[in-house]
Design a protein around this ligand. Sequence first.
Ligand code: IPM
Ligand code: MG
Length: 355
Amino acid sequence: MDMHIALVPGDGIGPDIVREAVKVLDRTAEIYGHSIAYSEVDAGGVSIDRCGVPLTDEALKTAAASDAVLLGAVGGPKWDHVPGNLRPEKALLGLRSGLGLFCNLRPAVIYPELSEASPLKPSVISGGVDLLVVRELTGGIYFGEKGRGDDDRSAYDVMRYSAGEIERIARKAFEAARLRRNRVTVVDKANVLETSRLWRETVSRVAEDYSGVELDYMYVDNAAMQLVRNPGHFDVLLTENMFGDILSDEASMITGSIGMLASASLRDDSFGMYEPIHGSAPDIAGMDKANPIATILSAAMMLRYSFSLEKEARAIEEAVSSALSDGIRTRDIAGEGDMVVGTAACGDEIARRLS
Ligand code: IPM
Ligand code: MG
């Protein structure tokens, strides 16, 4: 297969980790007889420095013209002083909405090899943690009208959802649940928010098309609590944009291995953008210390969702597991007795185990 991938390394450790994912992708392509063409795209702080804006039209066009996008991370303290509408994070939001990527999949799993890294008690995670946050990504308060009034002494951000926006993400969640453990938990604030009440109405209607998938509802405050009290309850957690942002950080932390977690942002065709869940870690940028595994696993998700290359995606996931079983660890996930390797060596070890 011929693949055209746009690379958005971004800021901080972004270039370090994207380089390793490319190494693994190239090796996979070599073994399985595919060819990959890459275009590099600036976005985030690096684009602010070079072009004065976090995302140029040209960058968005290049990304849109590819088959899939692999992104490292954007942002850092260097750009903290820039005005809100020019912040590096705007690049991410611009890519998500400009590319129509409404469906964000954020799996959180505890790797058996790393279960000691979870901050939760063994008794709480003994049943395992394997959940998927399905976050609506192009609507809600992130993209609603915002502004200031009263001579800057008041401000507002509008949360708005249409039934259509809710329905399309709900279908993605139910479809994902069918390939997992057949349970969807809708997380909202329906005791307070009108948008949440529309979510409930809409999701319960969509659920009729997915018999066999169990549906429950949870208020977001309770969900934040249940995630640390009984994370095994969750299979697919379906929620709106901002709740999903918050809960996916919480979910990733309970696995203890945020450096391991990948994500996909999708729409209804095969196009997608793939990125690690973690941030740009500017303090260790360029020092060969970052964990490239989340980005490598994001590349595996890309092969699976955008190119339907299941065998190749599995091969990457197995190479990662095999490196972990052999005790290969970057600093962030190392325990006593583990072999600590740098970013590049970690990528090498994974690429070497591909077959
Ligand atoms: C995320 C990030 C972004 C978000 C920021 C950087 C805009 O926190 O991808 O979760 O809030 O969506
Ligand atoms: Mg976030």
